[in-house]
Design a protein around this ligand. Structure first.
Ligand code: FAD
Length: 526
């Protein structure tokens, strides 16, 4: 087609005169050269009079239509027409020609043998030197195969789009710049619901965070990502998979030098309900483990405390026996007393040894990298029911990007649970007042800090120093052992941390914890 356009067209009007009109030939171009060019052109070419009666048809016309030139000369071009082409198309065609303009379009044509084909037709008016139309030049190509291919591609695209739109998961295809090139209805719905905008970006950012800040450049599977939702709706969880694939570059400049473009197929399935069920199971399991751990810990502390309490008087008794022995005179009356005291001392030491031996063994737990936000989130989730029952307003303010630290997750979880329980106990004692619990994490200067503050009744100044002493309790409740905070303090100390109490702006107290997040800072005293 391109060569014909160069030869014949000038703007919208055909500049070429018929091959036989010598007077209008460009200088230096023999007139029969025009004839041979047209005759041998691979485009089906015909020339008609103003009523579309054919006066010339080239070899390609015969190849495409099946009609020999002498069969069509004198016949109208409508010999090729098929009723599948709407009338309005011909009207548009003739409308353009009457304006002396070239028409281009697709017609359904019939060959001599009756078979149909799609013709990409260009018809141009041929003007004489006075600018009057004397003839029409028709050029057409059989584009049936190309159309079939186009339709197949379109059908496949429609099929793929229907399938991905019906899929119950969000699907998107991204290019290397992160631009969405294809997405489905679920993805669009997620896009309008998610607070942070483009879900693919949120997912990839979350995955990057999970990869320690490195971009995800390879395939990934079933990675769980939480996406915040707008309009006060709960965050939703997605299991995300990504597959990188290469697509051929369709641009003209890549025709000879094949280039591939990388794309990421991102699939995100909503697993919020499954996560919620898992959370219930996990919370129950965690509650059971923490209760057992708490029991073991308090038993250990109580037995240690009891042994310690007993050891004091035993030490005094030992000193008295020593004194009596030094002062004893032969045949004196103190020997039977010393004997009785010795026996009592032995029994006392045996009891202390027995108490120590009765201490249940501490559960073995390895040191690993722990995320305090995650541990606190666990504790809040376990305490969720109680928080709701007490009508407590919870401010959970985790620092995003809180560094990890080395520690024993279950021990720390247990300590946090104790502190949250204490705060809730305190809040339970406040009648008719606003109940608020604030749990906050922060980091800086190599430290990780946790603040657990409440709007409860607070702790009187004179008792503050004593709350970490074993057996000290401000609770009237008989079940309170007074071992919670000392146990907590032990756990925090084992993690080279500190715990102290301060007044809270909420009205109650703030338990403040501080840990070092250096890898070598984990205390090895346990
Ligand atoms: P027609 O009765 O021929 O025409 C249909 C409509 O076109 C009518 O509304 C009529 O008013 C209008 N019309 C027809 N002739 C003229 C005219 N001379 N001036 C103004 N309006 C007119 N058709 C094909 O189907 N396939 C082709 O490959 C093809 N190639 C062509 C090549 C050339 C160079 C020209 C000039 C025309 C070509 N045509 C082609 C158009 C063809 O001439 C017919 O118009 C068309 O095939 C419709 O034929 P028809 O018998 O169904 O209706």
């Amino acid at each position: 087609m391109a060569s014909n356009h160069v030869l014949y067209e000038s703007g919208t009007q055909l500049a070429m005169h018929l091959p036989m009109t010598h007077d209008a030939m460009p200088v230096g171009v023999p007139s029969d050269l025009y004839f041979h060019v047209v005759e041998q052109s691979t485009i089906a070419t015909s020339i008609t009079d103003l009523k579309a009666n054919i006066i010339y048809a080239n070899n390609a016309f015969t190849r495409v239509t099946g009609y020999e030139a002498d069969e069509v000369i004198g016949k109208n071009e409508s010999i090729l027409s098929d009723h599948n082409t709407p009338k309005m198309v011909y009207q548009a065609l003739w409308g353009r020609l009457q304006q002396k303009k070239t028409w281009n379009g697709v017609l359904v044509n019939r060959r001599k043998d009756g078979t149909r084909y799609l013709a990409d037709v260009t018809i141009a008016p041929v003007l004489n030197a006075d600018g009057e139309v004397t003839h029409y030049l028709g050029m057409h190509r059989d584009v049936t195969d190309m159309h079939r291919l186009e339709q197949q591609v379109l059908n496949q695209k429609t099929l793929i789009e229907s399938v991905i739109n019906l899929a119950p998961m969000a699907i998107a295809v991204l290019n290397t710049e992160g631009r969405i090139e294809l997405d489905n209805l679920e993805y669009k719905a997620l896009m309008s619901d998610s607070r942070g905008g483009e879900p693919a970006r949120l997912i990839l950012d979350a995955l990057k965070k999970q990869h320690g800040g490195r971009a995800v450049g390879r395939d990934f599977n079933a990675m769980e990502v939480c996406i915040e939702m707008s309009y006060g709706r709960k965050a939703r969880w997605y299991a995300c998979s990504g597959t990188w694939f290469k697509e051929s570059d369709e641009r003209a400049e890549s025709f000879f030098e094949r280039a591939n473009a990388d794309h990421l197929l991102l699939v995100a399935s909503d697993i919020t309900d499954m996560k919620a069920q898992q959370d219930v199971v996990r919370s129950n399991a965690m509650r059971a483990i923490l209760a057992k751990q708490e029991l073991i810990q308090s038993l250990r502390e109580v037995l240690s405390g009891a042994a310690f309490q007993l050891q004091g008087p035993l030490n005094v008794m030992g000193a008295v026996v020593q004194m009596l022995k030094q002062r004893e005179e032969p045949g004196g009356c103190t020997s039977s007393m010393i004997e009785a005291l010795d026996q009592a001392l032995d029994t006392g030491h045996e009891t202390v040894a027995m108490l120590e031996a009765c201490k249940p063994a501490e559960p073995v737990e390895d040191v690993s990298s722990v995320d305090l936000n995650e541990l606190l989130r666990d504790v809040i989730s376990i305490s969720g029911e109680r928080i709701q029952q007490l009508g407590v307003v919870l401010d959970w303010l985790p620092e995003t990007d809180l560094p990890l630290m080395q520690g024993r997750a279950w021990k720390l979880r247990g300590a946090f649970k104790q502190l949250v329980d204490n705060a809730l106990d305190a809040l339970e004692r406040t009648e008719g007042r606003h109940r608020e619990l604030r749990v906050r994490t922060e980091s800086g200067d190599g430290m990780i800090k946790v603040h657990i503050c409440d709007s409860g009744p607070g702790i009187p100044e004179d008792q503050r120093r004593r709350i970490f002493e074993p057996f000290f309790t401000t609770k009237r409740d008989e079940s309170a052992s007074g071992m919670g905070l000392p146990t907590c303090q032990n756990v925090i100390s084992e993690h080279s941390g500190m715990i102290w109490v301060e007044n809270s702006v909420l009205g109650g107290v703030c338990l403040r914890l501080q840990f070092s997040n250096h890898a070598d800072s984990y205390g090895d005293g346990i």
